[in-house]
Ligand binder design. Sequence first.
Ligand code: ZN
Ligand code: ZN
Length: 115
Amino acid sequence: MDLMGVRINTIVSDNVAIRCAGCNELIHGTPWRVNVLDIVAPESAAPWTSEAAINPGPFQFHPDPDHVRSWMARRGWFFCRRGEVREIMRPVPLPGERWGLCDGLHRDQHEFVPA
Ligand SMILES: [Zn+2]
Ligand SMILES: [Zn+2]
């Protein structure tokens, strides 16, 4: 079927149902994609293939930071309150084999709190 010369199936393929990684509900409209960067500081040099490796995403969410925070909380990750939830988050190793996520845009000390 054609609609004004545009094949309908190309429109449908842009609207494949996407679920939010935070609340698991369908996302209508443009999802918010969050990428987790590769670990920069190799002090505790865990190989990328080990279980400590973080899936870099992208993860897709409703455009609401609360949904990203609840996703982080479920994974036991911490969130740096000096930053904000952004499309690119940097993982920071914390004591006790935990991870914190920070946008990495501030210059002072991280302040990690449970997400
Ligand atoms: Zn959601
Ligand atoms: Zn920070």
